[in-house]
Design a protein around this ligand. Structure first.
Ligand SMILES: Nc1ncnc2c1ncn2[C@@H]1O[C@H](COP(=O)(O)OP(=O)(O)O)[C@@H](O)[C@H]1O
Ligand SMILES: [Mg+2]
Length: 324
């Protein structure tokens, strides 16, 4: 099947007067129609930056140094501003993890939803956009949607604001929904309602979803495929979440699983937490050489290559599967 989205060997750095920070480090990732993929990594591993790169929204200081991002075969990095707006508004719906910060504080939520709809449907009448906004609020199970149209974001609870953001991301029925840690901080019931909703949307429309999280428990419950991100690079990926949860081969994945409740198999933690908020990527050898307790001579010299440890299950580690 052809890819809906493909990121190929992407390097991203942030350039400020003080320093240059490389965040994505050979990031490769692909999504096919119908996929529900978990993109998992510790805090600071580059998950949000990877998403921003996919929709070419890295801000003034962020730059894609090399690599390619294709959406439906089109080079995202070559799109003009109007095409990018269309991509972000109609094709890829990103649900960010900071609801209040992402909604305009003094514009009623109904107007924000209508504007979002009309930017993808410029000829739509006001009433049509309003009807669609009500429908979108109903979809995320916000009670009394007609009344809520006039509400300002500040009047909503965190959970309600998060649902509005989901309604914003889904209102134009995008082909790809990316939920960036979208349920962190919400209570478990709301969290599962929201994830159920995204799952239902994917199934109903034949679209795809990427669930970005540090929680492999969420992945175990909702995703079919999974990719593990470490220091800006996918170090392990599997077309079957079950396979990865039972036969995790990378020391970093095993470390994540050592701290995850409710997974079928527990491992020992092999990788230490980063020693600084942003640890520099070593110039040579494995990116984890300063953190991995299983690091050996060869890891200092050469980058591990990709090994297929089971059909559709890849890992980037010289000692894949050796640590217990
Ligand atoms: N605008 C920026 N300028 C400089 N560094 C940044 C910027 N945005 C993110 N980073 C750095 O990139 C790394 C990854 O960030 P992020 O993608 O937000 O992590 P995650 O979402 O996995 O928690 C962090 O070390 C962060 O400090
Ligand atoms: Mg993030």
């Amino acid at each position: 099947m052809s890819d809906l989205l493909r990121a190929q060997d992407v390097y991203v750095s942030f350039y400020t007067a003080k320093e240059t920070v490389r965040v994505l480090n050979g990031f490769s990732f692909s999504v096919q129609p119908g996929d529900i993929i978990g993109l998992v990594g510790e805090s600071g591993s580059g998950k949000s930056v990877a998403i921003s790169a996919m929709v070419a929204l890295l801000g003034k200081t962020g730059k894609i140094d090399s690599g390619e991002i294709l959406f439906k075969g089109q080079n995202v990095l070559a799109l003009n501003e109007e095409q990018l707006r269309d991509l972000r508004c109609r094709e890829i719906g990103v649900i960010p993890n900071n609801p209040k910060g992402m909604l305009h504080p003094i514009v009623p939520i109904g107007t924000q939803l209508e504007n979002r709809y009309r930017s993808a449907h410029p000829t739509a009448k006001k009433e049509q956009a309003r009807a669609r906004a009500i429908q979108a609020l109903e979809m995320v199970q916000i009670p009394d949607p007609v009344k809520r149209l006039a509400v300002l974001p500040g009047e909503l609870s965190g959970g309600m604001a998060q649902r509005v953001l989901i309604a914003m991301a889904l209102i134009n029925e995008p082909n790809l929904v990316i939920a960036d840690d979208a349920t962190t901080g919400l209570d478990v019931t709301v969290q599962s309602q929201i994830l159920d909703l995204i799952e239902a949307q994917v199934q109903r429309t034949g679209s795809a979803a990427v669930m970005v999280t540090h929680d492999l428990g969420i992945v175990a419950q909702y995703c079919k495929k999974v990719a593990i991100l470490c220091m800006g690079k996918i170090v392990e990926a599997s077309d079957s979440v079950e396979e990865l949860l039972h036969n995790a081969a990378h020391p970093y994945t095993r470390t994540l699983l050592s701290a995850t409740p409710g997974v079928p198999r527990k491992y020992e933690p092999w990788v230490d937490p980063p020693k600084a908020a942003h640890m520099a990527i070593p110039a040579e050898g494995c990116i984890l050489q300063h953190r991995c307790r299983n690091c050996r001579q060869e890891c200092l010299r050469s980058q591990p290559g990709k090994t297929e440890v089971a059909p559709g299950h890849w890992v980037d580690c010289c000692a894949a599967g050796e640590v217990k």
